[in-house]
Design a protein. Structure first.
Length: 714
């Protein structure tokens, strides 16, 4: 029996109470009828969800119950989708071991296990010789949420520092495990960002601590065996618009402190051999200058000891690579190694003893280029498909000719290769298994270009099953993001086939705001040009409809976080183009969030969206597209929003307020639904199977509204 999208029509949806709050900003009176859904004690709620105001909790739980009732008819479908997606997942999978001195390290899963096991074994030994250094399933037992952040073994391989979040609020607690005994030491450090970097003495490590507003602004040094209260402040960022992160050079010589916002960076060096020595600045921050640092020790005795720096200085919009002496790293001493080439975006650089590998993108496709440092000889690693995804995995070692990389396309399962940078040969180490079966030739992947209103062309990656009619009758699932310069790869995903096998066309719109066509593609989708992101997505949908992949009103759009803002904006701008909108942790209350300087992400986000507190121009521009502020009394497509109670990035009240206003203003009979995970944050459920259940709910919603809930697969 077909599932009726109007089932439960007599159910009365929750109606959030209107309690208008007004504010005067830049001569404009703002009225927010649902501001009360923002908990005044949100910082406490992040640490203890039980402290949420009972009235707010009651409303959120009423919305969850309504969604559960309205989608009750899809429960069997959800179970089927979950079973399909789980069957495509190799339950006892593992990563390819990465060598580091006497050991090689990897992660694995066991059948039925939700969480990874961190393992190691003697280098070159059989799998039977491995030991578990951290068992995620055992650690998560009895917890409703568990997420392993950073984990790092000490250089002498005796200790493991690891960070765990058990609320979904991204407040990680660091512990230290003795790898000989398997027992945790007394070292416990709360409220960290989740990354740990060891100094070379194997007794000292560095971490980033979050402040009371959830901001990573300080770097601390900890010595194993001492209390956290004795830790030493190494760096404090005074500008709350900048965040701090840690890393290290591939050579392991330097620990890197990176202070950055979305368009500027500043890097400091910590000598990993002398962790108590003063930190050293590489180049002072300049507005709009981004750079990343690697290290090469040069010849014998440190002769030629140099930093290798990826930078957009000197007008290099798509980045260039320079070198500088370690002793004098400021910009006046930089010498160019790889010049800027417009349209060729350098994404990442890794430096080994004899080679430099860089990942770059040109014509919206990635490639890897290898440079031999002795003579500058270059070559690229070639690939053939029309659209694909590529990534580098740097590993632990510096004195090696082996580069590990991963490759996939929308039809080709992920492949892991070890590439000999000197011999120019590749060795397949692993091909992703699909236990329930997958035949790539049964599917088609394509790349088309949609004309945007201003004459640009928007790349769109497409996946469909052979035999799918391209006469406009197929429903289409269109994904988009478009922010922070993040590009969405045309990579393999086993879950999509649950839609594609039921007649959907699946498409990814590589819209402005990402870097798919170079750095300019990003700057053309931010600040004053932000609306290009929205019009690009609409243009992609219109093009796919006009060329027969689907038709208007048959598109289910999906995006999350900043992509959720995209969902809210296009729902306001072109509601009749879409059959439905699925908005995961959607950043839809943009104006109010950017006006609230106390929220965790607001100050660092001003370079991306604008600062409506200080700038009248920014205020009016954001107000003109902010999804929550532009909901109108008109017919909207089906809408399903998802949020997390302890989400510090997109707070739960953003989807809650948006759905409340949509339900008030929508004049169509289409569904307006919301689910708030009361035990998770931005990333949703923590276990790999629980995450599949959330995706099964999204897909069941899409199939139901498209009338494909009963479509056969095969």
């Amino acid at each position: 029996m077909p599932i009726d999208a109007n089932a439960g029509r007599d159910l009365v949806p929750p109606a959030a109470e209107r309690k208008p709050v007004t504010a005067l900003r830049h001569g404009t009176t703002l009225e927010d009828p649902y501001a009360w859904l923002r908990a005044d004690n949100w910082q406490e709620v992040m640490r203890d969800p039980a402290k949420l105001d009972p009235a707010i909790r009651a409303y959120l739980e009423a919305e969850n119950a309504y969604t559960e009732a309205k989608l009750g008819g899809t429960r069997a479908l959800q179970d089927t989708l979950f079973a399909e997606m789980k069957a495509r997942l190799k339950e006892d999978d593992s990563t390819v071991p990465s060598p580091d001195g006497p050991f090689e390290y990897y992660s694995s899963y066991v059948k039925g296990g939700q969480y990874p096991e961190m393992r190691r074994r003697p280098r070159g030994a059989e799998a039977s010789a491995d030991t578990i250094v951290l068992d995620g399933n055992a650690e998560a037992k009895g917890k409703t949420y568990w997420h392993l952040g950073g984990s790092a073994h000490s250089p002498d391989h005796t200790l493991l520092a690891y960070a765990v979040d058990d609320k979904g609020s991204e407040l990680y607690t660091v512990r230290v495990r003795d790898l000989a005994s398997g027992r945790d030491l007394d070292d416990v450090i709360a409220d960290t960002r989740g990354s740990v970097v060891w100094a070379n003495d194997s007794r000292t490590f560095f971490y980033v601590r979050l402040d009371e507003n959830h901001r990573p602004l300080t770097v601390w040094r900890h010595v194993v065996g001492t209390p956290a209260s004795a830790d030493v402040l190494v760096y404090e960022e005074k500008d709350i618009g900048f965040y701090v992160a840690l890393g290290h050079t591939q050579s392991q010589r330097f620990i890197l402190i990176d202070a950055h916002d979305h368009q500027s960076s500043e890097v400091y060096l910590v000598d990993a051999d002398a962790p108590t020595a003063p930190i050293r600045q590489v180049a002072a921050r300049i507005h709009g200058h981004e750079y990343a640092v690697e290290h090469h020790p040069g010849g014998a005795g440190g002769a030629g000891d140099r930093l290798i720096i990826m930078t957009n200085s000197g007008g290099a919009e798509d980045f260039r690579i320079v070198e500088a002496p370690v002793a004098s790293p400021d910009m006046e001493c930089w010498r160019e190694l790889v010049p800027h080439k417009p349209g060729r975006l350098i994404l990442e650089t890794v430096v080994y003893k004899g080679h430099m590998a860089r990942l770059e993108r040109e014509d919206s496709l990635p490639r890897i280029v290898i440079t031999r440092l002795a003579d500058g000889a270059e070559h690229a690693i070639a690939f053939d498909e029309e659209a694909y995804s590529l990534g580098m995995a740097s590993g632990y070692e510096f004195d090696t000719t082996t580069l590990r990389f991963t490759y996939s396309s929308m039809t080709t399962p992920a492949e892991t290769y070890d590439y000999d940078m000197e011999a120019r040969t590749r060795r397949l180490r692993k091909r992703q298994e699909v236990p329930s079966g997958h035949t790539p030739s049964d599917y088609v992947t394509r790349r088309v270009f949609a004309p945007a209103p201003d004459g640009e062309t928007v790349p769109v990656s497409i996946l469909y099953k052979k035999g799918t009619p391209l006469d406009g009758t197929a429903p289409l699932f269109l994904y988009g993001y478009g922010a922070y310069g993040i590009s969405i790869p045309a990579s393999f995903s086993t879950t999509r086939f649950s839609l594609v096998d039921r007649g959907f066309v699946f498409a990814i719109a590589h819209i402005r705001g990402g870097k798919d066509k170079g750095y300019r593609w990003y700057t053309d989708g931010k600040l004053a040009k932000k609306t290009n992101t929205f019009t690009d997505f609409i243009a992609a949908g219109e093009h796919l409809a006009s060329t027969g992949f689907t038709r208007r009103g048959r598109i289910v759009a999906n995006g999350g976080s900043a992509g959720g803002m995209l969902m809210g904006a296009v729902a306001n701008m072109a509601p009749d183009l879409f059959l439905g909108i699925i908005a995961d942790v959607p950043f839809v209350d943009v104006l109010n969030t950017m006006l609230d300087k106390d929220l965790p992400l607001t100050p660092p986000e001003w370079p991306e969206w604008g600062n409506p507190i200080e700038s009248s121009e920014d205020f009016h521009r954001i107000r003109a597209y902010s999804p929550y502020d532009n909901v109108e009394r008109k017919p909207y497509p089906h809408i399903f929003a998802y949020g997390g109670l302890t989400d510090p990035r997109v707070t739960y009240w953003e989807p809650a307020k948006w759905i409340a206003r949509l339900r008030e203003m929508n004049t169509s009979d289409n569904l307006v639904l919301m689910k708030i995970n009361m035990e998770a944050g931005h990333g949703g459920a923590s276990g790999r199977f629980e995450a599949l259940k959330e995706l099964a709910l999204d897909y069941a919603f899409a199939l139901m509204i498209a009338g494909r809930a009963d479509a056969a697969t095969g």
